[in-house]
Write a protein that binds this ligand. Structure first.
Ligand code: IPD
Length: 267
């Protein structure tokens, strides 16, 4: 029963995600997109198209499964009665979307009880899709067909390409700059591409060796965290579960060394 339900939730996540991505693509004007409002800081922005994408996702999910709960980046939480909640980022990588940098994604996760059981991420600009169902692996779509993603061990720390991001608030960024100054001499290089969801999917694919970031919200990493975990990676926080304080992800073969280094740098 739960297998069939998880598949149903994944299929809904994918069909809704594809519709939302199509809407965002259609509505994106040439050049830079206007900012509708700012959130945690003047550089934490939201556009009317983020809001339209989330409204569409809410409407499509509610019409298919009216009793489910909903946690979205751009609106109020809905408490459900079915035991299933949706955790949605209508555009992860809004700053990239505003500037026309092709790394922004729709991210949709379904949680049953305490567990995220289905995750779907689509890069809106390129159309690349990634998915996972808890206990059943992770995959990317190649010519529309699912192809398993199996993560491989990363490089030794001194050769590691590390993906990360920086907090929106200045005070925390100042601390991050100091910690990053300690980390940089120990790794091969750093990438900051501006979408946590795509960073985690790309880590699973082996484009990076490690990913870590502070200040993420659940909607930034819920779907891609499952994709990463199901590909064989470990996704944790500083001490336990991934949370706003820290999300770190790497292959188990390297995670001990990588994560200890992140902690020792003072992030
Ligand atoms: C942001 C992206 C970015 C990360 C920020 C997130 P948003 O999501 O994931 O990579 O550095 O912390 O807030 O705001 O564009 O949905």
């Amino acid at each position: 029963m739960s297998d069939a339900l998880d598949q149903e939730l994944f299929d809904l996540a994918r069909s809704v995600g594809l519709e939302a991505a199509a809407l965002v693509r259609l509505r994106r004007p040439q050049g830079r997109v206007g900012v509708a409002a700012t959130k945690s800081s003047p550089t934490d922005v939201v556009t009317e198209i983020d809001k339209a994408s989330e409204a569409l996702i809410r409407e499509l999910i509610a019409s298919a499964r009216p009793d489910d709960g909903f946690v979205g980046e751009e609106g109020d939480d809905v408490i459900g009665t079915s035991g299933v909640d949706w955790i949605v980022d209508p555009i992860d990588g809004t700053v990239n979307f505003v500037h026309g940098i092709e790394a922004y994604a729709v991210s949709i996760a379904a949680r049953r009880g305490a567990d995220v059981v289905a995750g779907y991420v689509v890069n809106i600009a390129t159309g690349r899709e990634y998915g996972a169902i808890k206990g059943r692996g992770a995959w990317q779509y190649v010519d529309g067909e699912p192809q398993a993603i199996v993560a491989e061990p990363g490089a030794p720390l001194s050769h590691a390409i590390v993906a990360s991001g920086f907090h929106y608030t200045r005070q925390i960024r100042t601390k991050q700059a100091q910690a990053m100054a300690r980390l940089l001499p120990q790794i091969a290089d750093l990438r900051r591409t501006g979408s946590a969801a795509l960073n985690l999917c790309d880590l699973a694919l082996g484009h990076y060796d490690m990913y870590f970031e502070q200040g993420l919200h659940l909607w930034d990493h819920a779907a891609a965290g499952l994709i990463a975990t199901e590909s064989g990676l470990i996704v944790v926080g500083l001490d336990s579960e991934p949370n706003e304080r820290m999300v770190m992800a790497a292959h188990p073969a390297m995670a001990g060394e990588y994560f200890d280094t992140i902690r020792a740098c003072g992030f």
